[in-house]
Design a protein around this ligand. Structure first.
Ligand code: C2E
Ligand code: MG
Ligand code: MG
Ligand code: MG
Length: 280
């Protein structure tokens, strides 16, 4: 009896595993095809100065426009591309695409500020990312400071001993460096002193807490103080409410992005926004 149940359980488990493995394989193939067929696209989310309210740049966020599935969010496919290693190629596409886009906007006399790109730790571990970055900037013919590389704290830790050297090489290209989702990992002053970056991006979970009943501003305040002490720009992400923005302003946060002002939008829409800013 017990043996049979065990057998059945194993059979179900096995069938589930097969189904999962097949789905994963299908998705993996679809991603590779998607890259070959140019199904990926960058959305841009405006970033604003809290002091002046002016646009200072944007974050490039990848989307997958699948012919059947429609617009797919990065949360649904980036983890798999990181596991399989496809992120290396996809990440290079993101870099080239964003750099080329910035070139176009500058050519049109528009002012996109600096465009931030998310870089995963797999991209940094494989190949020579600083060289790829340098190449992308040179090919596009844009000033390197027009690009900002976003790395998470966990990526920085995953790289171990090589982090300092890699960051220095990236910085030497002239690109800006930011720590994304700051506060969710191992955030310490000593590590910030070791890893020279330009900006800290306060994770949206802490910004969220600013709106909650009895929600604390403690962590947000601490991050802003930390950033000020290290002479870094501090940016808040996921700002949805006016009250959050008011608190961030009071605490001395420099810039923000969030649905309150603008959600990520297709390149054409962001370009219209830049055009409207230029015309006053
Ligand atoms: P992230 O870098 O922390 O990006 C911020 C995420 O917050 C974006 O989600 C953005 O759409 C969302 N967001 C912005 N403002 C608000 C707001 O006010 N409220 C809420 N609820 N959400 C807001 P998205 O575009 O789905 O991207 C998710 C994550 O996927 C990113 O988190 C990043 O880690 C990753 N990702 C996106 N594009 C790329 C890429 O090109 N390469 C790599 N390696 N990762 C990427
Ligand atoms: Mg980011
Ligand atoms: Mg983030
Ligand atoms: Mg985040």
């Amino acid at each position: 009896e017990a043996k049979l149940a065990g057998k059945n359980t194993f059979a179900f488990y096995n069938a589930d595993m097969t189904r999962l493995a097949r789905r994963r394989l299908e998705l993996e193939e679809a991603l590779t095809t998607g890259l070959a067929l140019n199904q990926f696209e960058l959305f841009y989310q405006p970033v604003y100065s809290i002091g002046t309210g002016e646009l200072t740049g944007a974050e490039a966020l990848i989307r997958w426009r699948h012919p059947e599935w429609g617009l797919v969010s990065p949360g649904e496919f980036i983890p798999l591309t990181e596991e399989t290693g496809l992120i290396v190629e996809l990440g290079e596409w993101v870099l080239r695409e964003a750099a080329g886009q910035v070139r176009q906007w500058l050519d049109q006399g528009l002012e996109p500020g600096s465009v931030a790109i998310n870089v995963s730790s797999r991209q940094l571990m494989r190949g020579h990312f600083p060289g790829i970055l340098k190449q992308a900037v040179e090919n596009a013919g844009i000033p390197a400071h027009r690009l900002e590389m976003e790395l998470t704290e966990s990526s920085l830790l995953a790289l171990g001993d090589r982090t300092t050297e890699l960051l220095a090489e990236m910085r030497a290209t002239g690109a800006r460096l930011a720590v994304d989702d700051f506060g969710t990992g191992y955030s310490s002053l000593s590590y910030l002193r070791r890893f020279k970056v330009d900006k800290l991006k306060i994770d949206s979970s802490f910004v969220n807490e600013l709106a909650m009943e009895g929600g604390g501003e403690g962590i947000v305040k601490a991050i802003i103080r930390m950033g000020q002490a290290m002479d870094l720009e501090v940016q808040a992400e996921g700002v949805e409410l006016e009250s959050q923005l008011v608190t961030l302003a009071e605490l001395g946060c420099d810039s923000f992005q969030g649905f309150l002002r603008a959600a990520p939008m297709p390149a054409g829409e962001f370009q219209n926004l830049l055009t409207s800013i230029r015309s006053g």
